[in-house]
Structures are given as C-alpha cells and as structure tokens.
Design a protein around this ligand. Structure first.
Ligand code: PLP
Length: 392
C-alpha cells in the first residue's frame, strides 16, 4: 500500500496553535490582565428568530409519520435551491434550479470540486488567501503557482498577459485582506479565463459584507462568467451558519470543457459521494434567505461593519496603511517600522493585551502584514481601540 505523499508536503497548521500558546504564556505571566481577541474569523451574534422558528418547525415535522423525511436529494431540496435562485435573481443573475447545489459549506465544496479536474491541471492561487485552497491542492499532488498580492496592487492581483493556468481561485471579498475586486477587474479575469478556457473558482463567502452598490457580489454579474466560473458561497458568514453548516455552489450549464458539462460531472460526484444537508438545516437556510431572514442577518452584519469602521478610524488616526474594513469584516494592516507579522503580534499582545492574526499565516506575501477582524462585541472593539491609541 502506498500512501498519498501529497499530505507530507503540507505545512503544519501551526498558526492558530502558536497563537493559542503565546496567549496562554502571556496570561500566565500577567494574571488578571484581560486579553481582547480581534483574531476570530467566526460569527459571534446569535441566530435570528426567522431561522430558529423554521428549524424548530422542521424538527417537529420529523416527529410525525405524515411529515417525516428520510434521504433527501443529495444536491438539496427544491425549496432551498429555489430560494437561492431568488437570492441571485435579486442581484440580477438568472440561474436554473439545477445549477445550484446545496452543501455543508464552502470549505467542503471547494476541496471536493478538485475531483473534477485532471491531476496535471495547473492551479493559480492568490497570496495571501484563505489557506484551504493551497492545502487541498497539495493533498491532491497538484503543482501550484501564486499570484502575488502587494501594497502596490492593493492585494488585488490581475492576470498578467503571458500567464497560463487551468484553474484560478478568486476570493472577493478576500480573507484575509478585505480587498474586493471591482467590476472592471473581474471583467479582466473573466476575459482571461475565457481566452484560456480556464476555470475560475470564485469564493464569495463574504459577499454579504459588500456595502458599495457598484461592487459585484457574484462573479455572474460579469458577462461571460457562466461559461468560465464556479461560485462557492455559504450561509456561514452571511447568516451565522458556521455551526449549523449550509452552503451552496453554482455550476452553470454553460460551463463545458472538451464537450463535457461540468454541471453533470458535479451532480454525479455529489450523488455518489455526498449525502446532502439535513432537512432541518435546509429549512433554516430557506428561512435565512427569506425577506425576514435577510433583514435579521443584515442587522448583524451592520453591527460587524460598524465595528470595522471603529477599527479603521483608529488605524487611520494612528497612521497605519491598511486595506479592508469597508466591504469586508477583515482589516489588513501593514506592520509598522518594517516589523515582521509575528514581531507585531508580540508587540500588540504585550503592550495592549490584544490578539490578531499574523499575515504570514496566509501566505508568503502576507509577511509584514496583520489581520484584525470585526467579529467581536462592540464594547471589546472599543476597548481594544482605546488600548491601541494609548499604549501602542
Ligand atoms: N472561504 C473563505 C474565504 C473563508 O474565510 C471561509 C471560512 O472562514 C470559508 C470559505 C469556509 O466557509 P464555510 O464555513 O462555508 O465552509
């Protein structure tokens, strides 16, 4: 038996364990000193009544033989796929129900989609970015090229003319940089992908944080994208489903390579390897996409975005260079005086009792940068910013 040696090429997932160890050491040295955490990439507010009521009702339905549900369609119940179609229609994007696949979140689908591509496919990944794109490709033994983000391109790299690849990941709004591609920039990516017959894997996990009406919230708002892009989104960061687990992936019928429909391949893959998402969860997701559910989520997102504004204002006053915070829950700052990401982490922890995430954990180009998140209680954000102003 030969193991998949791709696993041996992975970096240790040391980022969050190293952060936890440093915080523990600091607490040991400074008992009683409160540590404020602006490093969390997770929803913190409770679920709203629309979702809770729908899930409670669904639970009760399972308790009666007339309304009991067993195995469902692997790609999701029609009621939820239709709700996703309506959500897209409100953005001006027409989708067929059969182009929408319900899953347990963007991370799983983005890893699983790799089943569709030949092992020798070349893959392009932005740097810095959400680490799962790289790790899933390394596990699959694929060679990866990086698209360098920098202060100069505001962490929004565009396709160089001579660039060749089969698959490119685009994350907009980006985790960790909070940068969002404009319509014109996405047009460039779509034109590049169509010319190369490449596939864009578009991660719109944070689309609900986009406040500027001119910024695209879906790649399909760009003409031609239905011939070259798969979009992944989830209710994790749009409706607080990080624990409940529900997402959706759009594979348009227009996506055909070598005469083969990727939609049909993905359907075959999902019906073979995936059991679908629970009925209770899907009823909750349907409610999250209803007018009332969307209103409740928007209220929570407004709270986070108000937090982001408080952080951004403080950083501006203190003279930091940063991106994000306007259309994303992440703020990405350049560490002062040429400090490395970990040096700045130590400084913030020791001078201010503040925790953030070192940018180097998201790729080489993240070295010298640092991520703060808006996912926290307002009081904690305000206190954290006071400490930054007075002690940094
Ligand atoms: N994509 C990005 C950019 C993320 O930051 C995350 C989670 O933090 C995910 C996808 C995964 O989300 P999900 O909970 O839907 O798997």
């Amino acid at each position: 038996m030969k193991i998949n040696r791709g696993f041996l090429q992975l970096n240790d997932r040391y980022l969050f364990s190293r952060i936890a160890r440093k915080v523990q050491e600091y607490r040991g040295e400074h008992p009683g000193q409160e540590v404020l955490n602006l490093g969390i990439g997770d929803w913190t507010l409770p679920l709203g009544p629309a979702v809770l009521t729908a899930m409670e009702r669904a639970v009760m339905e399972l308790g009666s033989a007339e309304t009991f549900r067993g195995y469902g369609e692997e790609q999701g119940y029609a009621f939820l796929r239709q709700a996703v179609c309506r959500y897209y229609a409100a953005k001006g994007v027409e989708l067929a129900e059969s182009e929408v696949f319900i899953g347990d979140g963007a991370k799983s689908d983005m890893g699983n989609i790799l089943d569709l591509f030949a092992p020798e496919s070349t893959v392009l990944i932005p740097d810095p970015v959400y680490p799962a794109y790289l790790d899933t490709n390394i596990m699959a033994g694929r060679s990866v090229k990086f698209l360098a983000g920098s202060r100069e391109n505001r962490f929004l790299p565009l396709p160089p003319a001579d660039l060749r690849a089969d698959i490119v990941y685009i994350c907009s709004p980006n985790n960790p940089t909070g940068s969002v591609y404009s319509r014109e920039q996405l047009k460039e990516w779509v034109a590049w992908a169509l010319a190369q017959e490449a596939i864009i894997l578009f991660d719109s996990a944070y689309e609900a944080y986009i406040q500027d009406p001119d910024l695209p919230t879906s790649i399909y708002q760009i003409p031609g994208a239905q011939q070259c892009a798969i979009e992944f989104c989830s209710l994790s960061k749009t409706a607080g489903f990080t624990g409940v687990r529900c997402g959706y992936t759009v594979v348009p019928h227009g996506l055909v390579r070598d005469g083969i429909s990727l939609n049909e391949l993905w359907l075959r893959r999902q019906t073979t390897k995936f059991n679908g998402v629970s009925y209770i969860t899907q009823r909750g997701a349907e409610a999250a996409l209803s007018e009332r559910g969307l209103q409740e989520s928007r209220a929570s997102i407004s709270t986070y975005m108000a937090n982001a504004r408080v952080i951004a204002e403080t950083l501006r006053d203190l003279g930091f260079w940063f991106t994000g915070g306007e259309n994303a829950p992440y703020i990405w700052l350049q560490c002062p005086q040429g400090m490395s990401s970990w040096e700045f982490f130590d400084l913030l922890l020791h001078n201010c009792g503040l925790v953030g995430t070192p940018g180097s954990g998201f790729g080489r180009c993240g070295e010298g940068f640092f991520r703060l998140t808006a996912f926290a209680r307002r009081e904690d954000i305000s206190r954290a910013m006071e400490r930054l102003r007075s002690r940094y």
